[in-house]
Design a protein around this ligand. Structure first.
Ligand SMILES: NC(=O)c1ccc[n+]([C@@H]2O[C@H](COP(=O)([O-])OP(=O)(O)OC[C@H]3O[C@@H](n4cnc5c(N)ncnc54)[C@H](OP(=O)(O)O)[C@@H]3O)[C@@H](O)[C@H]2O)c1
Length: 227
């Protein structure tokens, strides 16, 4: 049984990760709201990653950092403060969690970290300047820390395309938008949080012991293919 800390397991992809892992692992969630599911392997701490002190947890095997943003606006309307906020939640929050739990990860078994990027870090898309900049920093962090923490701690990131969560609800708010998003992807689909959770599960597993410093595009073909 692994001890896994999920930051942001109350909703969305993080919650799908908690649900997938909790029956066979000890799962510790840190988010502002407490998720609904209660399981004997589950512990919750109510914390704002940006402002609160994080709990002490000993000997962690995996850290998965989920909080992020989708703030889509033309550059003329994106305030500098919004760039800072997006950088804070996507990058500084992840750095804070990694720095806080690093000694505990070093005491874990085959320890690993999973971060979240987006397809918009690789594929130039209008109105994505702020999130693309912040997530490109997450990808840089993944590469740099993968090298710095080798061979002890593996560090990888998942870069999903549109995933059906609260965060993406504005992009999927009616049938027409759902159809447009589906059609834009060469695989004629977008993601469900359970599919992204399955990749996180693989990356923290002992089947991925040779994988570090990698960014995994779960892109339904949108970055990889021009058909
Ligand atoms: N959904 C997509 O289409 C999509 C696409 C590309 C990339 N991504 C990336 O994938 C990751 C997960 O996305 P998602 O759609 O699952 O997001 P989500 O639905 O917004 O869920 C985010 C989770 O993070 C927690 N969180 C947010 N701010 C927090 C804070 N200040 N302190 C502690 N916890 C906080 C939330 O819990 P509380 O509100 O309870 O604190 C929630 O559990 C993000 O990094 C996102 O950028 C998502």
């Amino acid at each position: 049984m692994k001890k896994i800390v999920v930051i942001g397991g109350s909703r969305g992809i993080g919650n799908a990760i908690v649900n997938l892992l909790v029956s066979e692992n000890q799962v510790i969630n840190i988010s502002r709201n407490e998720p609904a599911e209660i399981h004997q392997n589950f512990t919750h701490y109510s914390c704002d990653i940006l402002t609160d002190e994080l709990p002490a947890i000993e000997a962690i095997d995996s850290l998965i950092y989920c909080p992020g943003s989708i703030n889509l606006k033309p550059i003329s309307r994106l305030k500098l403060e919004e760039f800072r906020e997006d950088f804070e939640i996507n990058v500084i929050g992840a750095v804070k969690a990694i720095q806080h739990f690093l000694p505990d990860l070093k005491n874990g078994k085959n320890p690993s970290i999973v971060l979240f990027s987006t397809v918009a870090a690789k594929l130039g898309m209008p109105f994505h300047a702020s999130v693309a900049a912040a997530k490109s920093a997450v990808e840089g962090l993944t590469k740099s820390l993968g090298a710095e923490l080798a061979p002890t701690i593996r560090v990888n990131a998942i870069a999903p395309t549109v995933t059906n969560t609260d965060l993406a609800s504005k992009l999927l708010r009616n049938e027409k938008m759902i159809e447009n998003i589906t059609e834009r992807h060469p695989l004629k689909k977008f993601l469900h949080p359970e599919e992204v959770a399955a990749m996180a599960h693989f990356l923290i597993s002992d089947n991925a012991l040779s994988i570090s410093g990698q960014i995994f595009e779960l892109d339904c073909g949108i970055v990889s293919f021009k058909i």
